[in-house]
Design a protein around this ligand. Sequence first.
Ligand SMILES: Nc1ncnc2c1ncn2[C@@H]1O[C@H](COP(=O)(O)OP(=O)(O)OP(=O)(O)O)[C@@H](O)[C@H]1O
Length: 119
Amino acid sequence: MRKPPIHKSFQNAFRGIFLMMKYERNFQFELLAFFVNLFLIFYLKLSNIDTILILIVSFGVLAAEIFNTAIEKICDIVQPDFDIRIGFIKDISAGAVMLMTILSVIVGVLVYWKYIFIS
Ligand SMILES: Nc1ncnc2c1ncn2[C@@H]1O[C@H](COP(=O)(O)OP(=O)(O)OP(=O)(O)O)[C@@H](O)[C@H]1O
């Protein structure tokens, strides 16, 4: 199959993000958290290194959610009926999102703590 032109690949990728925003509730919440973080970055005037830390974990959660959703969608196509193996795959996939979320909360508390309570 011929490779699509580069602008078409970008278009497809942004369409994927748009679909997540439109249909996936968890992603919508995580996106909201991302915008709250963006606001706090400017409002609290975070240093470059703290901004980078917050952006890494925020994008990490969003990317993990996209992979988790992709795995869930594949599972639903491969096996629409109840199957204990599908339950296992979906649970460990959700576990990856949970790990990233825990990391983002830890980083968020450690970073924002300094700006709110110390300086
Ligand atoms: N076909 C299946 N067979 C067995 N268990 C399943 C199946 N589909 C879903 N489950 C169980 O239900 C849970 C939720 O699955 P579902 O596909 O509804 O994801 P979801 O509610 O969109 O999850 P998330 O909040 O992680 O996006 C899974 O983690 C799994 O434990």
